[in-house]
Design a protein around this ligand. Structure first.
Ligand SMILES: [Zn+2]
Length: 102
């Protein structure tokens, strides 16, 4: 998907159409480490306690039997108004494998 870097959009603060700068922010869960990094932390003796951190030794059935998992991500565009410098987000994302700001 190709998206222009600058678009004309309605600014809800200025209440008129103004030029907006488009940027994309990756959604990320800041509180969670990957399972592998927890295992490595444990090996170095950095993690608390023993055991498997409340996990089962086998993944749930749905995890490996799941087919047709999505390969695309929803876009997460931020629009910055060039007049008032306020940022607003898109109302809903569109699925795309790759997003390019041109
Ligand atoms: Zn504005």
């Amino acid at each position: 998907m190709k998206k222009p870097k600058n678009v004309k959009r309605l600014c809800p603060y200025c209440k008129k159409h103004t030029e907006h700068k488009v940027s994309q922010t990756k959604k990320k869960n800041p509180s969670s480490l990957s399972y592998g990094s927890k295992v490595r932390a444990k090996l170095r003796g950095k993690a608390r306690g023993t055991g498997n951190q409340g996990r089962y030794s086998k993944p749930p059935v749905g995890n490996f039997k799941r087919t047709g998992a999505k390969t695309s991500k929803k876009t997460d565009f931020r629009y910055e108004c060039k007049e008032c410098k306020k940022v607003h987000v898109q109302s809903h994302g569109i699925r795309a494998k790759r997003v390019e700001l041109v």
